[in-house]
Design a protein around this ligand. Structure first.
Ligand code: B12
Length: 335
């Protein structure tokens, strides 16, 4: 693990140099050229797809913001009280004067499968913590942009900031919001982690993508707990991902424990059955490479982890959100 982290930092340095080397000033007075150059820089940092949304005149975000309010009114956020943060409904509160939003996707699909009989860990948690990976790269982009347009302000947002990530990614044309509520891209399916760079600069916006779920209901039909209560609406109280990651209680509800096996950290069922996820390109980004143990974790072994082992195994992992007691609770819940 140590050596792969060193490798990761080496690659990050290579990427930084590549971005810096190509940062000869792009004309800030030509928004088309600047938008194209910004997207090119984002691609050099390993992001694909990328797109730009207008923050001042969004087309679909107002609809999605209203949907968020309905979701909250129905209690679908469970104990995630932070979902009601009013800034999530008002992008201006995150960066006063924001004009455009660069949305980026990081392909995290790796063509590998877990060993039969092992515990299942959702793919977003196989590699390095995507919050850090995407945040570091977005900051590089922000600095590059500032060099092009001195005085411009920007803010990098990855999940932890109260931004409606999927709605802004949809607005920027990265893909459409599928019935499982995740953003689906024609090429990558929904195996994309999302990040955004908010900017006080008007750049030409991309078109939102055409929605292509059609009459398919595979995700609704496959969810063993019926968490997708209607197309596009996930009730966290019924979602295995919510309970294994976010629920802090000592025990999980019986309706979850009876259906969650073999998932102990997140759940990918609704994505695995999606026809758009059948043949995604495999990521070669070292940040997404699976830690060896995630593909073959046995219940007895993980139950024996001390807190120190947990700390070592989950260094720089998004799965650190699941504390040692929650890991043990989740594994014991499988029966
Ligand atoms: C809270 C949260 C959760 C909660 C709640 C899930 C949920 N669907 O909201 C829990 C813990 C359950 C969860 C689980 C997962 N999450 Co999560 N989560 C978030 C978070 C922090 C907020 C999401 C949110 O705004 N929810 C509020 C509700 C209202 O939004 P929504 O359900 O998406 O509803 C929207 C659409 O359905 C749409 N909509 C409503 N009606 C209609 C009608 C039509 C016709 C259309 C087209 C759309 C539409 O509008 C709504 C508002 O935008 C985001 C990061 C962020 N800052 O945005 C990550 C995020 C959504 N999660 C992500 C991931 C990867 C996951 C998991 C796959 C992880 C896993 N394998 O376990 C699962 C997927 C489960 C699922 N099917 O949703 C990614 C999704 C990437 C993508 N390609 O879309 C995000 C964007 C993180 C990131 N930065 O990449 N998550």
């Amino acid at each position: 693990m140590q050596s792969s982290q060193t490798e990761d930092s080496r690659l990050d340095v290579v990427r930084t140099v590549r971005v810096a080397a190509s940062s000869a000033r792009t004309s800030a007075t030509d928004p088309e050229a600047l938008a194209a150059a910004l997207k090119q820089q984002a691609g050099a940092l390993g992001f694909a797809p990328v797109g730009i949304a207008s923050a001042s005149q969004p087309r679909r975000v107002p609809l999605r913001t209203a949907a968020l309010q309905r979701w909250l009114d129905q209690g679908h956020q469970a104990e995630m009280a932070w979902m009601a943060d009013p800034r999530r409904q008002q992008i201006e509160a995150l960066l006063p004067g924001v004009r455009s939003v660069l949305a980026v996707g990081l392909n995290y699909y790796v063509a590998a499968e877990r060993q039969p009989g092992s515990l299942a860990i959702a793919r977003y948690g196989w590699g390095r913590d995507y919050h850090r990976v995407i945040d570091q790269r977005l900051r590089q982009l922000g600095r590059w942009l500032e060099a092009q347009c001195p005085g411009l302000r920007w803010r990098a947002c990855v999940d932890s900031a109260p931004l409606l990530d999927k709605a802004w990614a949809e607005e920027a044309g990265l893909g459409w919001i599928g019935k499982h509520s995740n953003v689906i891209n024609r090429q990558h399916g929904s195996w994309l982690l999302l990040g955004h760079l908010l900017m006080t600069l008007d750049l030409p916006a991309d078109q939102p993508a055409e929605a292509l779920c059609g009459s398919c209901t595979a995700c609704l039909d496959a969810c063993p707990t019926g968490a997708i209560v209607e197309p596009f609406v996930v009730d966290s109280r019924r979602c295995i991902a919510f309970h294994t990651i976010e629920n802090r209680a000592d025990t999980l509800p019986a309706a979850i424990t009876s259906a969650m096996a073999p998932w102990v950290a997140g759940c990918d069922i609704c994505q695995e059955v999606c026809p758009w996820n059948r043949q995604p390109p495999s990521s070669s980004d070292s940040a997404t490479a699976p830690r060896p143990w995630v593909l073959n974790l046995q219940a007895g072994e993980a139950l024996g982890w001390s807190d120190q082992m947990w700390d070592e195994q989950l260094r720089a992992s998004a799965l650190r959100r699941i504390k040692p007691a929650q890991w043990r609770r989740n594994i014991r819940s499988l029966g």
